[in-house]
Design a protein around this ligand. Structure first.
Ligand SMILES: O=P(O)(O)O[C@@H]1C[C@H](O)[C@@H](CO)O1
Ligand code: HPA
Length: 328
């Protein structure tokens, strides 16, 4: 049994894949260590991503243009897809499995508002024990399937006091807390077939798509529930302390979650256009109190997502329609 990350972690086994231990190499090093740190980018070489992408494009007979990542409780975004071809994660070679409630664990390929799309009904989080490169590996699969636009969605806690539960925050920037701690999905040798060694991240969130989404929200009559703001990803799985939330607010963060940022970094590295939003599922307290209401919990997150799925679905489908019409 290999002790490297590619073979260990949730979902565990290395299914049919890339690990050199399979070919008989011994885990170990000159110093006798049993665990060899593997640079993140070596976990999924280009050729492996290409194999996964081929599996999906051949299996679906499609080259999707738009990729969607469904946040916690937002799996219904993928239920809108017409003529869906469904790939259970556990049946996709070298794919991790989803371990979180509200993340079904399947890839859905089909059409939505005339556009070809692929949606992840279930994403991978750092706190599940996956390294960031593994969490965001599906974004590279999307790229090699032909995806040009990434729609990333998440459930998040609202730190901005103006935000109410059920509001939608269009992301226009992020604060990468895991990056501050020295972690990146791009860590390790760079493969220029994906993108440059030092990608710039200013203007990561496509302004045209944000503006179109605001227009759509106006047309839907939900303008007062829409904000534009800054998201930050922490490692989780614990929710934040009051002191952490205060610090995030001072840094200009409006909403906090446990995903998306590393997916956006990976998408921008390979030059995808990005649209992302947070559904505010709970308000984060930034003052000390004894109120139990101040404590976030996943059941509440899921319940709010369920209540607001209709609005989220409409926003996403209308925006996809605009992209499709503009390129037709
Ligand atoms: O996958 P997302 O970011 O939507 O999920 C959020 C963060 C945690 O996974 C979970 C906490 O309730 O919801
Ligand atoms: O308050 C939160 N913090 C972190 N992640 C979250 N996901 C939903 N709500 C939250």
């Amino acid at each position: 049994m290999c002790s490297r990350d590619c073979c260990s972690g949730p979902g565990g086994s290395n299914r049919g894949n890339t690990c050199s231990d399979k070919k008989g190499a011994k885990a170990g090093s000159l110093t006798g260590e049993k665990i060899i740190p593997t640079p993140q980018s070596l976990l999924y070489p280009y050729e492996v991503i290409e194999e996964i992408a081929d599996f999906i494009t051949k299996g679906s007979g499609m080259r999707p243009k738009i990729g969607i990542i469904c946040g916690s409780g937002l799996g219904s975004l993928a239920d809108m897809i017409q003529d869906p071809k469904i790939f259970e994660y556990e049946k996709i070679p070298n794919f991790p499995v989803s371990t979180v409630e509200g993340h079904a664990g399947r890839l859905v390929v089909g059409t939505l508002e005339g556009a070809t799309v692929m949606a992840m009904q279930g994403r991978f989080h750092f706190y599940e024990g996956y390294p960031l490169a593994k969490c965001s590996m599906p974004v590279r699969v999307m790229k090699l399937c032909g995806v040009e636009y990434l729609f990333a969605t998440n459930a998040a806690g609202g730190i901005n006091p103006r935000f109410a539960v059920g509001d939608i925050m269009l992301m226009h920037d992020h604060v990468n807390m895991l990056g501050f701690a020295g972690n990146s999905p791009l860590q390790g040798p760079n493969d220029p077939r994906f993108g440059p060694r030092f990608p710039a991240l200013v203007n990561s969130y496509n302004k045209d798509l944000i503006n179109k989404a605001i227009e759509i929200a106006k047309a839907m009559g939900i303008e007062s529930n829409i904000h534009v703001g800054v998201y930050s990803c922490l490692g989780g799985p614990n929710y934040e302390t009051i002191a952490e939330l205060k610090a995030l607010r001072m840094m200009g963060v409006d909403a906090v979650g446990m995903s998306t940022v590393h997916e956006v970094i990976t998408a921008r590295h390979c030059d995808m256009k990005v649209f992302a939003f947070s559904l505010i599922t709970n308000k984060c307290a930034t003052e000390y109190s004894d109120k139990k209401d101040d404590e976030a919990n996943h059941d509440e997150v899921m319940a709010v997502a369920k209540n607001r799925q209709k609005a989220c679905c409409e926003l996403v489908s209308r925006l996809i329609r605009e992209i499709h019409l503009a390129s037709a």
